[in-house]
Design a protein around this ligand. Structure first.
Ligand code: R5P
Length: 291
């Protein structure tokens, strides 16, 4: 087995390779003077299982074509199998045509990956309108979850946490985490006016006064969703607010926004490399790749 990466997930790829005692060899990727992609394997991949570990953040669009080039090249060089491990899989939130004429990005992404991979493994993809990855992938697609790891983190660092899911879409994560540790949980009702404007309401009231609140979401992107939830929790008397994201994208000024909203701590998994990473998902991947 050869573990490689297009660049985004180097730390995790190296850790996984070490634990599997597999050869780690990152791809050489650069551009020709005119901007065309240049990609090269630095080891013999013929008859080998090639595992590309690459999160689709930062640079989701570039990541997609890099992965396609990497997978097709491996196939072309005679690899036995090509597996993509995408700890964060982008494009999943565009799972329908919200406005006339829009691309359904998740379907297009999956169509391209179906044609060049033997298998895809990902962690907590944003499955909202899709019931499972099977709705868009024709290749074997494994969906792992970091819920257990998030629950363990909360158990270790909180005396008695109250969990908030900031919207209906993310409640599946908050609810699962709360159930594992026997904590109280509630979901907020979110109204999204645009990519950068949301409002939240607490429909099912839960006592926040003096409590340590953990807001659990699958994705923290612009930070608006969690910022609004944090303001609500603080207004209701929460002692501390911790934002926990499986995938911390932190686009634009998300961190500043979260701090301004009263978030005391930001915690993410290392599905996307970031200085808020506190929860390590390498073991999840190792266990799956050993199967
Ligand atoms: C969507 O509903 C997701 O679960 C997240 O709540 C959302 O993607 C977060 O986006 P943002 O940080 O831009 O509000």
């Amino acid at each position: 087995m050869i573990i490689t990466t297009c660049g985004n997930s180097q730390k995790i790829a190296l850790r996984v390779a070490r634990q599997l005692q597999a050869l780690y060899s990152p791809l050489t990727i650069s551009s020709f003077p005119d901007g065309d992609i240049y990609l090269k394997y630095n080891v013999e991949v013929k008859d080998k299982v090639v595992v590309i570990i690459h999160s689709f953040q930062p640079h989701p669009n570039q990541s997609l074509y890099q992965v396609i080039f990497a997978a097709e090249t491996a196939q072309d060089l005679g690899a036995k199998k090509v597996i993509l491990v995408a700890p964060y899989l982008a494009f999943m939130r565009q799972d329908k045509r919200f406005h006339l004429g829009e691309a359904i990005s998740s379907r297009i992404m999956a169509k391209h990956l179906n044609s060049c991979l033997d298998k895809i493994i990902t962690i907590d993809p944003h499955l909202h309108r899709y019931k499972s990855l099977k709705d868009i992938f024709t290749i074997p697609a494994t969906c792992l979850t970091a819920n257990e790891l998030v629950a363990q983190y909360i158990q270790k660092h909180f005396r008695q946490a109250v969990i908030i899911g900031p919207d209906a879409e993310s409640y599946q994560w908050a609810k699962a985490v709360a159930k594992t540790i026997g904590a109280e949980a509630t979901v907020l009702q979110k109204k999204r006016y645009s990519s950068r404007k949301v409002e939240v309401e607490m429909v099912y009231h839960l006592e926040m006064k003096g409590k340590d609140v953990a807001i659990v979401d699958d994705i923290i992107s612009t930070g608006h969703t969690i910022a609004e939830a944090a303001k609500k929790a603080k207004k209701l008397g929460a002692k501390t607010v911790t934002a926990i994201g499986i995938h911390g994208l932190f686009v634009e000024d998300a961190i500043v926004k979260l701090k301004k909203a009263g978030v005391d701590r930001i915690v993410t998994t290392d599905c996307i490399e970031h200085n808020t990473n506190k929860i390590d998902v390498a073991d999840l991947l190792v266990k799956e790749l050993k199967k």
